[in-house]
Structure formats: structure tokens, C-alpha cells
Design a protein around this ligand. Sequence first.
Ligand SMILES: [Zn+2]
Ligand SMILES: [Zn+2]
Length: 401
Amino acid sequence: MNDFIQSAEALQEELVTCRRHLHQAPEIGLELPNTTAFVIEKLKAYGYAPTRCGGGVVATCGKGVSGKTFMLRADMDALPIQEESGEPFSATNGNMHACGHDFHTTMLLGCAKLLKQNESAIEGTVKLMFQPGEEVALGAKTMIEAGVLKNPDVDAAMMIHVLTGAPGVANGDVVVMAEGAASSNTDAFRINVKGKGGHGATPHETVDPINVMAHVHTALQVINAREVNAAELFTMTIGEIRAGSANNVIPDTGYMRGTIRSFGKPTRAFVKERLAEISESVAKTFRAEAEVVYEFEVPSVINEGSVRRESLAAMQSLFGDTIKDASTYAGGMFARITGSEDFGYVSEEVPSLMVGLVTGIPADGHRYPMHHPKATFDERVLWKGAAVYAHTAMTWLKNNQ
Ligand SMILES: [Zn+2]
Ligand SMILES: [Zn+2]
């Protein structure tokens, strides 16, 4: 297997060039014309016949139609952030690969090349899923609706997310998140409040939505403070409140936007029920109306037991003790993440696995977390990500013929 590591390491220079190209030209959302064109061009050069699917790109590799199919996923989209990383290859178009999806795309391209070099040893099919729109929580869903899990049908799937800026970890470590819910259910909501506007001098003739929202905001805190068991991982954030545009006018309406992050279906359902009850009844108390609508509802990534166990063993056979079980690694910091990951939609359909790859630590100057305009990532582990992807897929297929 050392040959496998050697051929992955041999890709490093090409992967750095590829990553910097993507990093300098970040695109956001569901349509990534330049990024997808680049991925298609690379895959074709490696001998693939890629197809477009739901805004993303799909390609397969393997001996033939027999056997099972293991899918590897990379997301390709960036964030609408003005980059301040100071890197010589910084983006200047107002978007930034601050979540490391340029790494994911590059590592899966490297994996594609490795798989082609070893195609005769693939006992089944490896499907490569390059998806758009993870940051808007729609890309995976769109690709599933467009058939990414069909033809050939996917039997199991895996994704890697890079991790940077965290203290107490070692660069290049691979962190296999806990069995069960590995990321949170993330529900983004908006509470629309309807009052009755009027003159600031005659508030008795109005129903003030700003007053209502202040009370709703306070009342919602009780869900976390008194209603959900403290042992549950749960958090709710109101990140935006808007109403009015003058100091002497009471507006007709206002709205609040926020996110609920929860683990497990019962907590998720309970919180959503209470959010509606509290918002509507507090508004009613003040003679106003409130309505809760959801902007997106992303399910947890569920790490399935057997895929997780087998992949952990496969990765450890190649990379030894740099492969970490997240339940005990770094105080369990990465066992379950309260971030959202729309690969959750894939894990609802097929047995799945999410793992992290440490790509930058504070001791080496990578001090900022993902989504920060100053975030930087350590390119030295690009080849390792490619190798982990390819080796995990090939081993799973061999063990599950
Ligand atoms: Zn992100
Ligand atoms: Zn991300």
C-alpha cells in the first residue's frame, strides 16, 4: 500500500496548482459555471466521461457494471466574503473559499486521478459527486432530485470536510466523526410579525410590531433555558431583527430571522412546535399576528455504524494513528459539530460517513476558523485527502462485493 501513498504524494504539486486556481476564482450558490467547467476539463483529461447533474458534476470509475457503488462527495461553492487572508493567490471578486471547498474539489480531483491509475483494482463502481450550493443548503438536495444517487444506484457514501484554525490538534490528522448524528439539524426560520402602523405621537391607535418582537425574542429564550434538557446539544440564534425606518413612525410589520441547531428528531420537532406556539401567542397577547416560515431545513449528517467502522479501519490500515476517532480526539471537540452540512440529505438516503481533515493549526500560523475572511489552510495535506477518499472507497467496495 506504500505504492498508493507514493502515487498520492506524487500528485501534490499538481494539486496545489489546482487548489490555487480554484481559490482565485470562487463562485457562490447553485450555479458555478467556471468551477464546473474546470472540473469537467480536468476529469476528461484524466480519462473520465463526466456528466452535469443538478448544477454539479458526476463521474464514475471502476471495472464495469457489476458490484456495488460507493459515492465520494466534494462541494465546490464559496462564500460571499471579501478575502483578507493575505495569501498571494487571494480572491479579489468579493467571494472567498473561506470554508475550504476549493480543497474538497481539489482532493476529489486528485482522488479521480488515483482511481484511474488503479481502475482495474476497483471491485465495483466509485461515483464522484461534485456539488454546488452547500453554503446555501440546496446543492445536495438539487443533485439528489436530479438523480445523483441513481444509475448506478449508490450503496454508501462519504465526504471529507477540512478543519482549520482549531487548537489542540495536529495538522494532517483525519477525524472520523461520531456514529449517529455528526452534524446538527439546522432549521433557518423567519418570524413575520404583523401589527398596525401609525404616528409615534398616538401609539394607542397602533399595534407596535417592534414591541411584539422584543417580547417574542425574550420569550423564546425559555426554550433553551427551561424546556430542552441541558444534556441535549441544542442552540437557537436570532441573527436579524428588522422593522421601521423612522424615529416617529410605528411600522405595520417587522420580522426576525434565526437558526435552530439540534440533534435528534424529538428535540427538533419539539423546538419547532414551541417556536410557533410562543411566537403566535406572544403576538396575540399584544393584539398582533406572528407567522413562522422556514427558509431551509437541513437534516443532520448521520454517520452509519458499519460504513463508519469499516472506513475507520481502512483509513487506519493506510495512515496508522493519524486517523482519529472523534469521540476521544481533542476532548471530543469534533465528535458532533453544531454546524450544518447539506450532505445530511445524502445520509437520509444511503448509509453515509462524514470525516474531517485538519488543514491548518494555529502553531503554523493558521489562526482563523472557517468562514473568517482571514482564514488560511495548509496545502501540505492535499495529497492525503485525495488518498483517503480513494482508499476508503476502494476498500469498502472490496469488503462489500
Ligand atoms: Zn461553510
Ligand atoms: Zn463547508
